[in-house]
Design a protein around this ligand. Structure first.
Ligand code: AMP
Ligand code: MG
Length: 353
């Protein structure tokens, strides 16, 4: 298949171009499109054959459910059995935005979308291209991240082209995404609500909006696998580069000297065994190393670290290094999402100091 790559203005998307993409969605095709978090691979939620193609193209296990992207509250009503009162507290303040909520699904939602579950994950994205594409398609769009299963999520069109060119009808090129890590996922069908995946909307902010506590299970921190179907995607290896990645976590990021010492030690150790080592560090530490080093950004600006995360993991894969050592970050705000992704990307190859 020849994939059409369509360049679109991220802020004021050209209606003609999006109308063409919407027609592809309506006729059962797949379109990769930008959201504010990462690029998504979309199909019309009600066309089951199109939804099945998402799993085939990504090589995604059929029991790993998709997130349904909507552009209006009218679409939400058709997809769910009920909207609990507390959902409105989050929806009113955080939609459109990087927050996915789990609801009981209506009979209209095919089980293919939900990986066989009776619940459905829904979000209203804030990216103008995503919102307008959904509106013009006149159909909610089921979309996981637009990468091959297991690989780091795509934060720019180049990543999508690498993974999916020749396999889908259209890739929309609207440059870099704005946030760089996937949406926060909250399960509201349980009491108290549970964080299933940390993301750009912080737990601190969600607690404030809800006016109640939410549970943060170990797996949401990236520290444990779960057996139950509570958040099925979490049981698969995720976000990972193809080469080994070692994560060094500190119990206190206020004192960076211990972290630097440990990373340096590891670098010497691997270099001695003739491995080419890359250090993935922060602005505060990068000049202390004698090994090749790239920075994810400043520890004072974790949002920029999140934006650079996946493209740096993909860069490491492309460059001529055998192994990377990556520094950990404080689990505060979006730092919780960063650490969840890093722990998974390292395949639990973690050194704690
Ligand atoms: P992706 O868009 O590739 O990040 O994948 C979507 C993720 O959303 C899945 O891997 C699940 O972890 C989560 N998810 C989607 N639907 C549900 C659901 N009904 N219940 C729990 N988690 C879900
Ligand atoms: Mg994904």
């Amino acid at each position: 298949m020849i994939t059409r790559i369509i360049k679109v203005d991220p802020i004021n998307p050209e209606p003609d171009k999006l109308r063409y993409c919407a027609e592809v969605i309506r006729s059962g095709g797949l379109v990769a499109f930008p959201t504010e978090t990462v690029y998504g691979l979309g199909a019309c939620v009600y066309i089951e054959d199109a939804v099945k193609k998402i799993f085939t193209v990504k090589n995604r296990p059929m029991d790993n459910p998709l997130i349904v992207h909507i552009s209006s509250m009218r679409q939400l009503d058709k997809l769910v059995k009920e909207v609990p009162d507390k959902a409105y507290r989050l929806i009113n303040k955080a939609w459109p935005g990087p927050l996915t909520l789990i609801f009981k699904k209506s009979d209209d939602v095919p089980h293919t979308v939900t990986g066989g579950l009776e619940t459905v994950a829904i979000r209203m994205p804030a990216h103008p291209v995503a919102l307008n594409l959904i509106k013009l398609s006149d159909c909610p769009i089921a979309a996981p991240s637009a990468n091959l299963a297991g690989r780091p999520s795509p934060t720019n069109p180049k990543h999508v082209i690498e993974d999916l060119s020749g396999k889908i009808e259209v890739i929309i090129d609207a440059g870099d995404t704005f946030l760089g890590v996937e949406s926060t996922i909250i399960n509201l069908t349980t009491n108290p609500p549970v964080l299933l995946r940390p993301g750009p909307l912080s737990v601190e902010k969600i607690r404030e909006l809800l006016g109640e506590d939410i549970i943060i299970p170990e797996f949401a921190r990236g520290l444990a696998e779960i057996e139950t179907a509570m958040s099925p995607g979490t049981k698969y290896k995720h976000y990972a580069p193809r080469k080994p990645l070692v994560l060094v976590e500190s119990s206190d990021y206020r004192d960076l000297s211990r972290l630097i010492k440990k990373v340096m030690e590891l670098c010497h150790e691997y270099s001695k065994s003739k491995k080419k080592v890359l250090i993935i560090a922060s602005d505060e530490t990068k000049d202390h190393y004698h090994c090749p080093t790239v920075s994810l950004g400043s520890r004072k600006n974790l949002a920029s670290v999140a934006r650079n995360l996946y493209k740096t993991l993909r860069l490491f894969d492309e460059l001529d290094y055998d192994i990377a050592i990556i520094e950990g970050f404080e689990e505060k705000g979006i730092g919780l999402a960063i650490m969840n992704r890093l722990r998974k990307a390292s395949g639990m190859n973690i050194i704690r100091i």
